[in-house]
Ligand binder design. Structure first.
Ligand code: GAL
Length: 669
């Protein structure tokens, strides 16, 4: 790996560039200006298939060679992409069966934008491998190219699921492999219900296009299959690159885990590191816009203070190591319901926040605003007319900060709290939602933001992670508890909290024979008698210690054996129980209760905590502390007089950042 142009602590900046969009006479100026701004990496090529191979087997690498030479002549390192996100028209005309089929409408999703391919298409798999080999063969030993990005944002635009003939065939043989006999499948899924029994594997349908809901076990099996298709597709492309590029790294630019519908821990596994595309404003609007409009309005120009960090920590968790931001929002985007300008300072803040949470390189999307086609309204570091955009100076500021940080080692953040996340929780809660808004991601995020409000670092870990270093382990909502997780928790002396619905399903989406929480009954002696879900506008009070809090959305009625009851609903039924170090919370609650409960559990686990003002967040890498102000008011940090600041000072301006050195964990607010 050639990382010679990073600071010694691994930090650097980069940019996404599309030489094929601009006259060749602009390239040299672009490259020079990139260098002058302090950018060190440039990502290219992820949508350029029609220029690289305009007709089958007629490759045109000349323009790409010249672009690489021009960029490299300014010392920029190239990140080259495989262009599989955009199969060209000639290929689709030759093989229209590559196109995916929308499982909801049953219509073919046609040519004319991007991601128009079916992960189950054997033809496309071969084509993707072929173009990956062609590129890797040409550039795999080119020292100017330091690494590769596979495809682009796999699964974006809801492309994981397809109801194509290829997907149906693939699913049938996947079912045969998993269940062995059709009787076993019928029993596992409970197909006797509504006479859904299948006579043979080749009669199995996809769970799409039926009159009303299809069998949840069938849906779960299909999601597992589709997830494996995506992983298999990427693995083929990675292998093609690695065969010809033994010294170059391979990454992929992830979107939030939930939007992929894929087991992202598995997807990340063969990569050297994970990258993430960070668009704080659009994503905040999507998460909060409809349901919490006041909050969405308040953070419209900054993003929610915990929302970006949640995804940063998610990415760090995928491989438990440093990551890249491959695309960082530099200004208004074009795809949100509304697309505001970031508040001045936020591009700097987001970049440094990514670094505080473990990013090593942050690359901005994009160099120059496009003059044509779909993303004309998306900001770049330069306007389409080459004027410097608002973000320009903010990036220049970041380069100054990186120079100040250059001599300080930045080990990855260390957390004492683990949040166990697993795609199966998302699948089960989406397939069988039973009530509104009680999906796994929303529940996990509520814990995350509560812990961050208490200034606690959090690792988002997989269900098979090593949990031995954590003092507090939270399993927010995990209906299917895998055996390795159960045995890790059985051996754990840490404080463990399970949220509602944990253990409520078997691996084949059935209620366990002994009832919920199923296998967890070996840890806590309880049984869920019944479940009710509530309208989002209904809350029911309960008292905990000396105060009243609220239960909402999802409430379980527990029968308690030898566990002790720590909280009752108003109805006097038990709502929170514990047995030794294991806790079970039988309901979703308001934020205030979670704040109180987390404070208590952190105290029990002896983990330092400190309540932060609403808009201030801190994070730490080794002896370097970062503080971020998401608010429009300045904030005074309460730090010792002799604190050594690397950036900013004790007065944290609106939307500003301060960075200082610490010996031990000091209280920064
Ligand atoms: C990303 C994508 C880019 C561009 C960008 C616009 O999701 O990877 O190609 O479309 O969004 O914000």
């Amino acid at each position: 790996m050639n990382d010679s142009n990073r600071h010694s602590n691994g930090l650097a900046l980069g940019v996404c560039y599309y030489p094929e969009h601009w006259p060749e006479q602009d390239w040299a100026d672009d490259a020079r200006q990139m260098r002058e701004l302090g950018l060190r990496y440039v990502r290219i090529g992820e949508f350029a298939w029609s220029r690289i191979e305009p007709r089958r087997n007629e490759f045109d690498f000349d323009w790409l060679d010249r672009a690489i030479a021009t960029l490299a002549s300014e010392g920029l390192k190239i990140v080259l992409c495989t262009p599989t996100a955009t199969p060209p028209k000639w290929l689709i005309d030759e093989h229209p069966e590559i196109l995916p089929v929308d499982p909801v409408t049953g219509r073919v999703r046609g040519f004319g934008s991007r991601r128009h391919y079916d992960f189950s298409s054997p033809v496309y798999l071969e084509e993707a491998e072929r173009i990956s080999v062609a590129l890797a063969h040409r550039y795999g030993r080119d020292e100017r190219v330091v690494g590769w990005q596979t495809d682009n944002e796999l699964c974006c635009h809801d492309t994981t699921h397809s109801a194509s003939a290829a997907a149906r065939l693939g699913f049938q043989s996947w079912c045969e492999d998993r269940y062995g006999s059709i009787d076993a499948l019928n029993t596992a899924w409970g197909n006797v219900f509504w006479s859904m029994e299948y006579p043979t594997f080749d009669s199995i349908e996809l769970p799409a296009g039926a009159v009303t809901e299809t069998n949840p076990a069938h849906q779960l099996a299909y999601r597992r299959f589709a997830s494996e298709q995506v992983i298999g597709f990427q693995n083929t492309c990675i292998a093609a690159i690695r065969d010809h590029a033994p010294e170059q790294w391979v990454t992929h630019n992830f979107i939030p885990m939930k939007d992929t519908q894929v087991d992202c821990f598995q997807l990340a596994q063969p990569l050297d590191f994970v990258s993430y595309d960070s668009y704080p404003l659009g994503r905040t609007e999507y998460l909060l816009g409809r349901e919490e409009p006041a909050l969405a309005r308040r953070y419209m120009r900054t993003g929610h203070p915990d929302y970006t960090a949640y995804y940063l920590d998610q990415c760090r968790g995928l491989k438990g190591r440093g990551f890249w931001i491959m695309e960082q929002q530099p200004g208004p985007v074009n795809w949100g319901p509304s697309n505001p300008r970031p508040a001045p300072g936020m591009v700097t803040l987001w970049t440094l926040e990514a670094i505080a949470h473990g990013a090593e390189v942050v690359s901005f999307f994009r160099w120059r605003q496009a003059r044509f086609a779909q993303e004309q309204m998306h900001a770049g570091l330069l306007g389409s007319d080459r004027r410097k955009s608002d973000a320009w100076q903010e990036v220049a500021t970041v380069t100054e900060v990186l120079a100040r940080l250059a001599d300080h080692p930045l080990p990855q953040p260390v957390a004492q709290v683990a949040l166990v996340v697993d795609v199966s929780a998302q699948w089960v809660t989406e397939i069988e939602h039973q009530g509104q808004r009680s999906d796994a991601q929303r529940i996990a995020f509520q814990y995350y933001r509560t812990l961050r409000r208490l200034n606690v670092a959090v690792d988002l870990v997989s269900a098979d992670a090593d949990l031995s270093s954590y003092g507090l382990i939270i399993v927010p909502s995990l209906p299917i508890v895998p055996a390795p997780l159960l045995s890790a928790l059985e051996q754990s002396a840490s404080t463990v909290l399970f949220g509602p619905r944990c253990g409520a399903k078997t691996a084949e989406f059935q209620i366990p024979e002994q009832g919920a929480p199923g296998v967890l009954q070996s840890l806590i002696d309880i049984r869920v008698n019944s479940v009710e879900t509530l309208r989002p506008d209904v809350r029911e009070g309960f008292s905990y210690q000396d105060a009243t809090f609220h239960s909402c959305l999802w409430c379980e009625d527990l029968e308690v054996g030898s566990a002790s009851v720590e909280m009752h609903y108003q109805s006097q039924r038990p709502g929170l129980v514990r047995q030794g170090n294991y806790w079970y919370l039988a309901t979703l609650t308001d934020d205030d209760f979670l704040l109180r409960l987390m404070t208590d559990l952190l105290a029990e686990a002896d983990i330092p905590r400190q309540q932060m003002p609403e808009d201030i967040r801190c994070h730490r890498r080794g002896s370097v502390w970062f503080a971020f102000n998401y608010g429009a008011q300045p904030h005074s940090l309460d730090l010792p007089q002799d604190t050594e600041f690397l950036w900013g000072g004790p007065e944290l301006p609106a939307h500003g950042v301060s960075i200082w050195l610490v010996e031990a964990a000091e209280t920064p607010v």
